[in-house]
Design a protein around this ligand. Sequence first.
Ligand code: GCB
Length: 619
Amino acid sequence: LRNNMRNFISLCCLLFIAGKVAAQDSLITNIQSRKSLDLNGKWQYIVDPYETGFYDYRYKELNEKNGDAYWNSGIPANKSEKKEHGYIDKYSIDVPGDWNHQKPEFTYYEGTIWYKKSFDYAKPANECKQYIYFGAVNYRADVYLNGKKLGMHKGGFTPFNFEVPAGLLKDKDNLLVVKVDNKRYADEVPTLNTDWWNYGGITRDVKLVEVPATYIRDFVIQLKKPVNGQAIGKQPEVSGWVKLNDIPASAQNITVQIPELKFSKQFAATGALTQLSFKLPKVQLWSPETPKLYKVIVSTSSDKTEDKIGFRTIEARGPQLLLNGKPVFLRGICIHGEIPQEVRRAYSQQDAEQLLNQAHELGCNMVRLAHYPHDEKITRLADSLGIMVWSEIPVYWTIDFGNAPVLEKAKAQLNEMITRDHNRASIIIWSVGNETPVSPTRTNFMHNLIIRAKQLDDTRLVSAALEVNYSSGKDVNVVDDPLGEFVDLVAFNEYLGWYGGSPDKCRTTNWSTPYNKPLFISETGAEAKTGFHADSLTRFSEEYQEWYFKEQVAMFKRMPANFVGLSPWVMADFRSPKRNNPLYQEGWNRKGLYDDKGNKKKAFYILQNYYKQKSAEAL
Ligand code: GCB
């Protein structure tokens, strides 16, 4: 009996793991190349702070039959029927877009808003599958179509899709309802406390995606990471895989074509997942100077998808950071996914252009997209502009590290971030978090994320922004966080002269790390309110921030040989509920080098000048 019991438990564990993998495997990538119906635009809404449309008066989740659940239309069948909810145009909101900036009454709202969209759908003649795809919804989304629940997703910055059950779609007047809830919780990712605004809503694109019955769900085509210092050579090696949604019923071939290179190769599918390996002669490598992208077509007998992909290698070899085998210095800046001029989340192509153009003007060849995965448009634009990217999950500050489900939530977001963008040449670093307080439990949690990131992608670097004790008063600060052992790049945030002492402390401070790895400053910065001028000792003046950057730059010039770059905090002023100085902040973190109107502060020119020098040195 004991053996039977043990077998039963093992089977349950296996099924549980299989179930988990299956659930995480469902994301369709390269969505822009898919036939789809755009579901952006005006959606009607109901504000529901008590979640009346979700729970009954005994606070039990309403079932699908309940007519007054808010996933139903709310139109009474006759004049006697009682309905206590409904959707009308008077209450409409734009998708994509956070709700906070759209109506004054939503500025500080955290809770549930129901979104409703009606749409017609012309069914294609051939057999195919449909999915409802969301670029991102902050934070929890419960999705219903024609009165049926399609699924629930948590995580405010990553994409997800739900399959539409066969027969559910109608030609006319489909009813798509999404319950969006952005309440913060201690056991979510991020947790209760962040230094950014918790913008709620359907913040990115929504589409109805159409794919053949057997389709290419995802694929990776990237250059292999060089091993043991091998040169890339004239025929760089590509490794990757193609994932179909299902095990094909009969023998299938997968074809990979890169027309510009006159490359075409067939691989026999080995089930749902097929590994690829081939050489690419005469490929022009992707770099900031030559951000070359190739059209790559992946096809089977029933499906075809194409993407634009750049080929490059990135590696940490001892203390060096090498792009395509050559040392590279990262002239970076941290960016929030926010358009401060309109006090809203960034979501459009134009938004991506604004943010990357600002970084470009500063002289950057790299951006740290803090502190969560940004919209896919910005990583795609970075690919074509030649800007290297650090992409991060919102494992920020005091996550509930001892809580196993929280680790699963962080892993799910890591998986979605990497899956969406694993063909982006621009992304060189996956970050598993920011300023997490050192403890064995936290290090174990973060180490687990690093292991998972490497399992998901072995072609890029994995890092995390670590914290240092810059106010220790010592002249040598050692970045010795135990996580340093597991990251590829030792990155740390330092605010010497803002949180610790005054900027002249930089003159006597030196940095080092016991790890034989590249060293990167993932943040440094000071606040200044544009137009507030005073002497350089006066906090919040442009002169203070300018002085801070002058002293920092002088210190960077004395950094050890493994110093490979920096991404100061932060490109532009951004909304934060934690910043309440009534004269200088008024709800804004003012560490931007640009202010919230896009004006440059004095410190901008100090960093720009340093980057000009670094860029000249690299020539
Ligand atoms: C940090 C955080 C960042 C904050 C920044 C600040 O270290 O990583 O999210 O906004 O400091 O301004 O204090």
